[in-house]
Design a protein around this ligand. Structure first.
Ligand code: BYC
Length: 473
């Protein structure tokens, strides 16, 4: 269905047909714009940016490009087309028609899921607020802003659900989504990673590789939801999410490429020499990777979770690509979970599969993360260096779940706290690493030019050259 852009709030949900909802959303809209002005990208409101905007939710319509000023971006409500015959694909209600309204008994946990999802979207924009001032190129600056406006739209997607299906408490939750802020001591964002500062572009690329990929897995599991409006809106969000992960993967690959160029030029693997030449050495890269990967693993919640079990049983949240599994009910099925054990160090325990759904998602996420690592390691191999990058064990540096507070090295072996503290600087970014990375973050805005710590991308956006002035300041 085409998106109606003639309305104040562009949408494909026939908003004019529901005056009460339209008024409620029009009441929220100025608050959103005020939030964008004060908490969104700092200082670039007057720039013309080469952005894509969705004009339809089908393959042809979702990416229309043009020069846009961010405050004029048409944030709106776009749901993937409905399938009137859709039935619930898993859990206790499997085979029943998908819900078009919220069942009263599941109202509260469903609202909690939507609020948690919604909370991450503005959080990420807040985290990235100052990055424009240190962009490595106009190409990267444009990508940052593309991601920011789309995260803004993803917030709209969740706010629409809250307003349309949850009445007064939904409207209150929608207001609170603009009142919590990333890193705020009194009113922080709900999930840990979204309170971590993203003040340098290495962290930004790690975030878009690892944290946006959690977004992919969570959205894919919500796209299976029995609550059809949630399934349809997350399905459309996923089309936009792919570019965010592309920015992360190619950004990190360009950082590695530049490090390798310097290493070849200087004929050395020495991290200090790489740093002296103004590139990011691979051990520092690995420590940033360890940090963002472990933090993003926490976003899947605890390995053993009654919330996850009931979300699956009730049909609120499935597994990504649920249809690829044979058993969609998962009753009386056991899952073997390795966890810390006071007497034996690490012991494997059998738990009901439904309670292990967070771990099921996390495991497929880890496999997806590995793909980038394989590509980057091929890059290292081709360059003739013996250094390799590695995902740390999912036991390493966890703050949520059975491994929270347990000291493990990046290979997953238990270590005592004093050893962890002694070696922490080998495994996680140090103050010195952060100061060094920050020192490289100098704004480069001449079209086609790149900062010295990152290689140019292989191609520009939408077949335009890399030298195109993607942002007109
Ligand atoms: N930090 O049984 P538990 C994205 C809380 S990213 C802090 O372990 P459950 C994006 C949990 O909330 C995708 N708290 O876990 C990416 C619960 O608290 P309440 C976002 C945490 O409930 C980049 C308690 O611990 N979407 O889209 O099974 C840019 C016990 O929970 C954390 C979603 O997350 C944490 N890391 O699962 C922009 C999907 N982990 O409720 C956007 C919706 C857990 O008792 N959310 N807790 O107060 C969910 O599906 C679930 O809420 C979770 C947690 C998977 C997050």
């Amino acid at each position: 269905m085409a998106i109606n852009y003639s309305e104040k709030i562009p949408n494909n949900v026939n908003l004019t047909g529901d005056r009460t909802l339209q008024r409620a959303l029009e009441h929220w809209q100025p608050k959103f714009l005020e939030w964008w002005r004060t908490m969104g990208p700092s200082d670039f409101a007057a720039a013309d940016i080469y952005l894509r905007t969705a004009v339809g939710v089908d393959a042809a319509g979702w990416a229309s490009y043009g020069q846009v000023r961010m405050p004029d971006y048409r944030w709106g409500i776009f749901l993937a087309d409905a399938d009137p015959a859709r039935t619930i694909g898993f859990g206790d209600h499997m085979g029943e028609p998908a819900w078009q309204q919220v069942p009263g008994e599941y109202r509260s946990p469903l609202r909690r899921l939507i609020v948690t999802q919604g909370d991450t979207e503005p959080a990420s924009v807040e985290q990235q607020r100052l990055l424009g001032h240190s962009c490595p190129s106009l190409y990267d600056l444009r990508n940052l802003f593309q991601i920011n406006v789309e995260e803004g739209r993803h917030l709209w997607a969740m706010v629409y659900l809250l307003h349309a299906y949850f009445g007064r408490d939904g409207r209150e939750e929608a207001e609170e989504l603009l009142e919590r802020h990333s890193g705020d001591a009194d009113k922080p964002r709900i999930l840990g990673t979204f309170n971590e500062p993203v003040t340098d572009w290495l962290s930004f690329f790690m975030f878009t590789y690892f944290t946006d990929r959690d977004g992919k897995y969570q959205l894919k599991s919500l796209a299976e939801s029995a609550f059809d409006p949630l399934a349809r809106t997350t399905r459309f969000m996923l089309t936009e999410e792919a570019h965010h992960m592309f920015v992360g993967e190619t950004g990190l690959s360009r950082v590695i490429k530049r490090a390798l160029e310097v290493m070849t030029e200087l004929r050395t693997d020495d991290p200090a020499a790489v740093r002296n030449a103004g590139a990011i050495d691979l051990p520092t890269f690995q420590r940033y990777l360890n940090f963002w990967f472990s933090s993003s693993l926490d976003l899947f919640g605890s390995e053993v979770s009654s919330n996850a079990a009931s979300s699956f049983a009730t049909g609120l949240k499935g597994r990504p690509d649920e249809s690829q599994y044979e058993d969609h009910r998962c009753v009386h099925v056991a899952f073997q979970l390795a966890q810390p054990d006071a007497a034996r160090g690490i012991a494997t325990e059998s738990i009901p599969l439904r309670n292990a759904m967070n771990e099921v998602l996390r495991t497929s996420y880890v496999r997806d993360c590995e793909l980038g690592l394989k590509r980057w390691n091929r890059q290292l191999e081709r360059a003739g260096t013996a250094q390799r990058l590695k995902l740390p064990s999912p036991r390493f540096h966890r703050a949520i779940g059975v491994w929270a507070g347990v000291h493990c090295d990046p290979d997953g072996a238990l270590v005592d706290e004093s050893e962890f503290r002694r070696r922490e600087g080998e495994w996680l970014p140090t103050e010195g690493d952060r100061a060094f990375v920050q020192s490289l973050m100098q704004q480069v805005i001449a079209p086609g030019r790149m900062a010295g710590w990152i290689a140019p991308p292989e191609r520009g956006i939408n077949s335009l050259p890399i030298e195109y002035d993607y942002v007109r300041l």
